[in-house]
Design a protein around this ligand. Structure first.
Ligand code: NAD
Length: 281
């Protein structure tokens, strides 16, 4: 029975994933490398839950109960009792593989290790462990407490049973699992990132301002948010990392990251989280 969830990485996604599980009644152990990052995640969760309470979507008592189910730690040892672990650290294959090897050594042998990776091969992460049948992708969307899709990625060795357990957990969170095969970018980012990249080329070539491009896609295509607003929201460094995985994985120049995106990331213009991207925050 799954009652305690481990989440590694307390950034944009890890904090949201921890919140979703805590709201659904699970005990959550959230791990990151330093205390200030964990404090920031807890504050983010408090703020998000307060908004839900103010809108009448969550009762004050349920907010307090959810916050009470969250514990934080800077050492992975906190996860030895976890019944299911979701990794949400930086989108870097070496960092993730090293973490999966460590998690495999300390977590209960029967439990599933899930990755929230946007694009990295689940098969590769599974191969860093001795339990590749119990490694899968659980790709939540940002912001996690609001978005109901979870892309469930089956690695080459992932068992049917692991996919069933992971999908059932999504439903317990009130979310809809959709299965994707282990190809670079899976379904969501294989389709989304080339569109964002093209929008950035359009800015670089002076086809339109960011405002013009976003407005065309919002009013003309009925997208709720323009691609450049979305890129700022996702994080331009994250977008670049995903495009590199697509480019390396398919070897097709159509996935080559726009030079303007590279330049902005090099300058520390990472979008919303840095205060500057295609827009100023
Ligand atoms: N940002 C998005 O919109 C989005 C959407 C879906 C999936 N993802 C994926 O989720 C993952 C996390 O993305 P994010 O946007 O939350 O990144 P982020 O940079 O906001 O957070 C990453 C966190 O991981 C921590 N971390 C790094 N190495 C660690 C380690 N070894 N042990 C413990 N903690 C460690 C960092 O300190 C940081 O707090 C990535 O794989 C990303 O591709 C992101």
């Amino acid at each position: 029975m799954i009652t305690t969830i481990g989440v590694v990485g307390a950034g944009t996604m890890g904090g949201g994933i921890a919140q979703a599980f805590a709201q659904a009644g699970f005990a959550v152990r959230l791990v990151d490398v330093a205390e200030p990052l964990l404090d920031r995640a807890r504050r983010g969760m408090e703020k998000s839950l307060d908004t839900f309470v103010n809108k009448g979507k969550v009762a004050a008592a349920d907010r307090d109960a959810a916050l009470g189910r969250l514990t934080t730690a800077t050492a992975l040892d906190a996860l030895v009792e976890a019944d299911y672990i979701v990794e949400a650290i930086v989108e870097n294959v070496e960092a993730k593989r090293a973490l999966f090897t460590s998690l495999d050594a300390l977590a209960k042998p029967e439990i599933i290790l899930a990755s929230n990776t946007s694009s990295i091969s689940i098969t590769l992460l599974g191969a860093a462990t001795k339990r590749p049948d119990r490694v899968l992708g659980m790709h939540f969307m940002n912001p996690v407490p609001l978005m109901t899709l979870v892309e469930m990625i089956r690695g080459q060795a992932t068992s049917d049973e692991s996919m069933r357990i992971g999908s059932e957990l999504c439903r317990r969170l009130g979310k809809t699992p959709v299965e994707a095969a282990d190809f670079p970018g899976f379904i969501a980012n294989r389709i989304l990132m080339p569109m964002i990249n093209e929008a950035i080329y359009a800015v670089m070539e002076g086809v339109g301002t960011p405002e013009a491009i976003d407005t065309v896609m919002k009013l003309g295509m009925n997208h709720p948010m323009g691609p450049l607003t979305l890129a700022d929201f996702i994080g331009l460094d994250v977008c670049l990392a995903i495009l590199e995985v697509l480019h390396d994985g398919f070897g097709d120049p159509k996935y080559r990251a726009c030079p303007l995106l590279r330049r902005m990331v090099a300058a520390g213009q990472l979008g919303r989280k840095s205060g500057q991207g295609f827009y100023t925050y």
